[in-house]
Design a protein around this ligand. Structure first.
Ligand SMILES: [Zn+2]
Length: 250
């Protein structure tokens, strides 16, 4: 780290759990973020400000006026631009050291597997079950830690699926991939702006902890947030030995 970086990251370096060594791990790390919307916004902002070395951010959408109520990485002048280009511009304006790769695509499962390969952590900031299950399968195949989040109305949830560990449950152990999984979309149901910020920020915190190797990850635990009552609950869950996605990997 040069003098500018030592200053920029000084409040991290002061933390004994991070220090110079932990900050250097972040500078050398590569995160794959899928989604540049409500959850992806705070994830992108915190990973960039915290000094991740490389961030690959993927989203097939363009910025729309209805996004700006909660998708804080985007600006009014970005309406009509690809979300990933808008996110990259904001991230680079905060921290030009970060190498941001913008992938303006709807990702196939094979593409997810390919993109997950070089990543140290995968962060799911998508908004539908089909994509979440495809990301999970890619992480199981590539044995990558997955930080998953979801938010709608006033409710949100976060969990970590550390597929580097054979005993860790995967997303499908918790939410089996059945046909009756109905997507509850923001477009129809509404979403309280700060709940996406709360959940995305929790995801960013878990991703940074995994990369630094600090604390206890939210592995085998689902954190549920109700922003109306402002109550947080944690539910423990275990690997499903009959899971069609991850059984046989241990
Ligand atoms: Zn599983």
């Amino acid at each position: 780290m040069d003098d500018e970086q030592l200053l920029r990251y000084s409040r991290h370096i002061l933390l004994p759990e991070i220090g110079i060594e932990g900050q250097e791990r972040l500078l050398a790390a590569h995160a794959l973020v899928i989604g540049a919307g409500g959850l992806g916004s705070p994830i992108a902002l915190y990973l960039a400000s915290a000094g991740l070395g490389r961030i690959t951010i993927c989203d097939g959408d363009v910025v729309d006026l209805t996004n700006l109520q909660r998708q804080i990485v985007h600006r009014t002048e970005s309406i009509g631009r690809p979300k990933v280009e808008s996110a990259r511009a904001t991230m680079s304006s905060i921290n030009s050291h970060v190498e941001v790769t913008a992938v303006h695509e709807r990702l196939s499962e094979e593409r997810l597997v390919e993109l997950a390969g070089p990543a140290d952590v995968v962060i799911d900031a998508s908004d539908n079950f089909a994509t979440r299950h495809a990301i999970n399968r890619a992480c199981v195949r590539q044995r990558k830690p997955l930080v998953s989040g979801a938010a709608v109305r006033f409710d949100g949830q976060v969990a970590v699926f550390d597929m580097r560990r054979p005993e860790a449950p995967c997303y499908a152990c918790l939410f089996p991939d059945t046909d009756d999984n109905e997507d509850v979309r923001c477009a129809v149901m509404g979403v309280f702006a700060p709940i996406t910020g709360i959940i995305g920020t929790f995801q960013a915190a878990e991703a940074l902890k995994l990369l630094i190797g600090a604390g206890e990850a939210l592995t085998g635990r689902l954190l549920l947030v109700d922003a109306l009552s402002m109550e947080l609950r944690t539910i423990k869950f275990a690997k499903d030995p009959a899971c069609p996605v991850c059984s046989g990997t241990s």
